[in-house]
Structures are given as C-alpha cells and as structure tokens.
Design a protein around this ligand. Structure first.
Ligand code: PLP
Length: 409
C-alpha cells in the first residue's frame, strides 16, 4: 500500500481560481447572453514583443541544424542571458552580482515554491496577509506549518496583516521568525515599500539571522522614485536576501516560461551545531539535481528583452497595462470606492462598500455588472472585505468594466 503525503490533505480544498471559474461558468450557463469581462486572473493579454519572437525563431532554426544544435544547457541558465540580466537589471542600480549568483528558471512560481526545500522544517515562516498563496501552500506540503484553523490559517505561520489601518504594509513580527516572504510591488494589494521601510526588514533579518525571500515579479511596474526595484539596493541585503524575478508580467512570458532568482554568496543557513552553509551552494545542489534548465529558444527570447528594440517594446506593453491601471483606479475612486495599488503595480485592491464580504461583492459584481474580479478573502483572512481587479485586460474591456461598475453597482 502506498501512503499519501498527509501534508497535502491540509491544503484548502478548492484552489481560488477554480472556484471563481466554477461560479462564472454557472452564471454563464444561466445567462448565456451575458457579455462577461474578466479582470480576475493575473494573466497577461498582450503578445510577446516582436524582438523576442524573432530571437526565438532564430534560436529554433539554430536547433534544427547539426552545426548549431544544442543539447542540455547549464542548469543555472546560459551565460549570455545571465550576463544581460546583471548588466541591465542590476548594474545600473549600483548592484554588483557574480554570474553564479543568477539562476535562470522556468518561473517565479516554481522558484518561490521550491526554494523552501533547502530550509529545515523547523524554521518559522512569516507571510503577509493577504498573500500570494504559493508561499504558504509550498510550505504546507513540506510540513513546516502545522494544522489549519477555522480561519484557514496555519498554526506555525506568523501572519502579518496588511489592512487599511497600516496602509497595506506588514509590520515587523513580534516573535522571532526565520523565513520571511515579502512581495513588492505586492500581489494582491498592488502596494509597495519605500527604501526606508524595506531597510527595516533587512535590519530585522540581519539581527535575527533570518532570510528574506523577496518576490519582485512586478518590479517592471514601479513608477515612483523612492520605491526600490531590488532588495539589493538596501545595504546589508546581500547577507540575508534572495530575490525572485520573472519575465512573465514584463515581456508576456506567462505561457513561454522564464524567470530568474538571485542568490548572493553571503547568505548562510545554519546546521544544528551552528555551522554556516552557503545558500547559494545549497540552491546549486538542488537545481543541478532536480532541474535541467530552461530551453535554449526561450532563454534566447528572454535575452532579446534586453536588446534596444526589446526594451522599447516591453516598455510599451507595461505602459499599456499601467494606463489600464490608472483608468481602473481613477474610475473606481470616482465611483466612491476606497482604492489601493495601481500606481506601481498592475493590481487594484478596493475596499468593498458597507463592509460587504468579498465573495458577496464578487457575486454582485458578476450579476449586476458582468465583471469578474478576485475576492480578497481568497488571498488570506485579512483580504476579507477587499477585492482585486487587474490591469491586464484590453483597453476596451477595461473602460467598459469601469463604466459598468460606475453605473450598475
Ligand atoms: N510571484 C507573484 C507574486 C505572482 O503574482 C506570480 C504570478 O502571478 C508569480 C510569482 C509567478 O510568476 P511566473 O509566471 O514567473 O511563474
């Protein structure tokens, strides 16, 4: 008889987006003529930049000729891409990285989920609440979180509420934590931390020998000056932080798959005797054992993001989404809603009116306006009473959705 990993049985039964799909399908069956606008799931809609398509086409042709064919690539990614990442995303911000501190992967989802594997199961983790669910669920699977309570929270996780009262910014934990997941610009709230605010986290981590797992998947959306693009802009972060980045939301790679993670050599994990072990070495060991790299054509496409044309095309795509974000933010605010995010992020986080539950608001929005969004409660207990809209739709649908919310809700 084969036994199940019982940690999987502790996970919430229905994944948020399956539940949304179920409810939308039910509504569609009952109202086949309803013209539904989806501003729910965080997937992009603009196509790959032409510079990326061209580079990928060229790379595929290289793979089709014996003299330029490539087999297995380096697990950590090709040097040509890692060099471009350092040169474009870090050096201009005064951050020096070695090539072997950059790990190319097939996604920030897999990296943020897999990274916990090299940490002991006795670490205490902290997450902001609401939270991108992958951080929590991957730690549940690994037996680091204990049992779930009636609020859907796990007993060994330290939840850091982000609410209207604290401006959606997590406060430093009151009890000691070892692993800290931070995501800025944030999914789902769309909010950011200033350099001074992020520095408090780096200082906390240095003092407690904790490690910050910093998800910067939405870095490309930052518009305001004082918002750090990388945690490594903060002094001392190289000792205590890992940073996850992705080509998904910048260059439209959600279906193409390419991301990268920065693991500085100074970051250490400790064994039970107090001996330090390099996190970079541990992650290298993990990746070389369990991962065989991202395909050559995809890495060639990702490298083209950093070409002159690629940069212009990616900027145009992000500008398009950020104009959508502005349209949603201003339109919803004018309609009387309290709104967060949407300034340095493609997410708009609104407070539901009159204390309405976020699933009730979901139903009302679907039935009255035929607009689909994401209930805040799906991201954690503190998300109750909030609702997420995304800027990834077409301009036309974004404008129509805002108009409907203004006139029908
Ligand atoms: N991190 C955050 C905060 C996200 O919102 C997402 C996707 O929605 C990801 C990571 C996943 O990125 P990728 O497509 O690179 O797996």
């Amino acid at each position: 008889m084969a036994f199940v990993n019982e940690n999987y049985l502790k996970l919430p039964g229905s994944y948020l987006f399956s539940e949304i799909a179920r409810r939308v399908n039910k509504f569609k069956n009952e109202n086949p003529d309803a013209d539904i606008i989806r501003l729910g799931i965080g997937d992009v809609t603009r196509p790959l930049p032409p510079a990326v398509v061209e580079a990928m086409r060229h790379a595929v042709e290289e793979m089709g000729r014996a003299e330029s064919f490539r087999g297995y690539g380096p697990e950590q990614g090709y040097d040509f891409l890692r060099e471009k990442i350092i040169e474009n995303d870090f050096r201009p911000r005064g951050i020096d990285l070695a090539l072997d501190e950059v790990y190319v992967s097939d996604g920030a989802k897999s990296d943020t989920a897999n990274f916990q594997e090299v940490f002991g199961t006795n670490n205490i983790l902290a997450v902001s609440d609401p939270v991108y669910p992958v951080y929590v669920d991957s730690n549940v699977m690994a037996e680091r979180t204990g049992m779930v309570n009636a609020k859907g929270q796990f007993e060994k996780i330290v939840y850091l509420p982000c609410t209207e009262e604290n401006g959606m910014k997590p406060s430093l934990p009151k009890t000691r934590v070892d692993m800290i997941y931070l995501c800025f610009p944030n999914n789902p709230t769309g909010m950011t931390l200033s350099k001074a605010e992020l520095k408090q986290w780096v200082d906390y981590a240095r003092e407690h020998k904790s490690i910050i797992l910093f998800d910067a998947a939405y870095e490309g959306y930052i518009r305001q000056d004082d918002v750090p693009h990388s945690i490594f802009e903060i002094e001392g972060a190289r000792e205590v932080a890992v940073e996850f980045r992705s080509f998904s939301k910048t260059a439209g790679f959600t279906g193409t798959r390419c991301a990268y993670t920065i693991v500085p050599k100074e970051v250490m994990l400790y064994d039970s005797t107090g001996k330090a072990h390099s996190l970079n070495n541990l992650w290298l060991r993990r990746q070389t054992t369990k991962f065989n790299g991202v395909s050559y054509p995809v890495q060639a496409g990702a490298a083209a993001v950093f070409s002159e044309e690629g940069k212009k095309q990616v900027k145009a795509t992000i500008d398009y989404y950020m104009e959508n974000a502005g349209i949603i933010r201003e339109g919803i605010e004018k309609a009387g809603y309290k709104v967060f995010g949407g300034v340095n992020a493609p997410y708009i986080w609104l407070k539901t009116p009159d204390g309405m539950g976020s699933w009730d608001f979901f139903e009302k929005l679907l039935k009255a306006a035929h607009v689909v969004g994401t209930p805040g409660a799906g991201f954690g207990a503190s998300g109750e009473g909030y609702f997420r809209l995304t800027a990834f739709g077409s301009r036309e649908n974004t404008e129509r959705a805002v108009e409907r919310i203004r006139t029908r809700m």
